[in-house]
Design a protein around this ligand. Structure first.
Ligand code: ASP
Length: 326
């Protein structure tokens, strides 16, 4: 009799273990939401949708993008920080994840401790662009124009903490004159106003500007990368036009709420890696002036350390500029 009980107990345990394993294996068994903390139609959205499409194929479940714009990306990030850590709510954010740690006095989450890092995606150069009717023809002329017109010049951005804000701040400090900033929920809508001439200038990622530059819908003055961008070969770097120490590349990463199980994070990192090796993604990135993150920078551990380094890198720059948000 005793033996019989033991056999039943063992069978029950094996059964339970199998159910547990199935539950793990079953991830994902329903659609996954990736929050993009900026408006649809912008560069972060473009990158996220490309990645989500590939991850959908790999994971066998819909990976849906939800745009939660506002407060320079911190509104969407806060939503994910508070979500259930079950692998069904993720975040794709850019360099703003690091700069927000210093820019925001009252951030409703901790950048370094409230997320699991899922891996870096791509590092995108920025461009300094203007409305089509902007008078200056070259970057040098633009600098003079800003100095003469100062606050009369309007500069669009995606809110405090966004990449466009950071780039604009650097531009103002290099030129030595402040302009009037106009915040949007993302540079997708800001781009529409730039094309329409409602604002004068903007800094934005090549993933949002390449098509518009090539179609002649906006004027391009310079790229913010160390070297020229292949797909925009005739546009000089800021360094070439005499504006030194102004290198901004907008790196993007995948996140999940803190406490998301390690095996789920590894699965997500694996699906992200597949996306970064997907010929369709690589070709589209190239058209948009960027490329997948290098192989040696794709692990979760690398992303974690990189984020911490970026927080430290931008802290003194932001403190020196004295720009904060509440
Ligand atoms: N590129 C934007 C920024 O300035 C955000 C976006 O709309 O994707 O950070």
């Amino acid at each position: 009799m005793k033996l019989k009980h033991a056999v039943f107990a063992l069978a029950a345990m094996v059964g339970l273990a199998a159910t547990g394993a199935q539950a793990q294996q079953a991830y994902p068994n329903r659609p996954i939401t990736v929050v993009v903390p900026f408006a649809a139609g912008g560069p972060t959205d473009t990158v996220a949708r490309l990645i989500a499409e590939s991850m959908t194929r790999t994971l066998g479940q819909q990976v849906l993008v939800e745009n939660v714009g506002g407060a320079g990306g911190t509104r969407g990030a806060a939503q994910v920080a508070k979500a259930a850590p079950d692998g069904y709510t993720l975040l794709i954010h850019h360099i703003g994840q690091a700069t927000a740690a210093t820019l925001y006095r009252k951030l409703p989450y901790n950048v370094l401790t409230d997320f699991e890092e899922g891996g870096l995606i791509t590092s995108v150069p920025m461009t300094v662009i203007a409305k089509p009717a902007m008078e200056p023809k070259t970057a040098a002329e633009l600098v003079d124009y800003i100095k003469k017109n100062k606050e009369k010049v309007t500069l669009g951005n995606a809110g405090v903490g966004s990449a466009s804000h950071l780039c604009g701040m650097l531009l103002m400090s290099k030129v030595g004159a402040s302009m009037t900033t106009v915040p949007y929920q993302g540079t997708g809508p800001a781009m529409n106003d730039l094309i329409g001439g409602q604002i004068d200038l903007m800094c934005d990622q090549t993933t949002n500007t390449t098509g518009q530059i090539k179609a002649g819908k906006v004027k391009a003055y310079a790229v913010t990368s160390d070297g020229r961008v292949k797909s925009l070969g005739d546009i000089p770097t800021l360094k070439e036009v005499g504006i030194k120490d102004f290198e901004v590349t907008v790196w993007h990463g995948l996140y999940a709420p803190k406490g998301t199980p390690a095996d789920i994070m590894e699965k997500l990192n694996g699906a992200l890696t597949v996306a970064l090796e997907d010929p369709k993604v690589i070709a589209r990135f190239a058209d948009l002036g960027t490329e997948p993150e290098a192989k040696d920078r794709r692990s979760r551990a690398f992303h974690k350390q990189f984020l911490a380094d970026e927080v430290n890198k931008w802290k003194p720059v932001i403190q020196a500029a004295g720009v904060y948000a509440d």
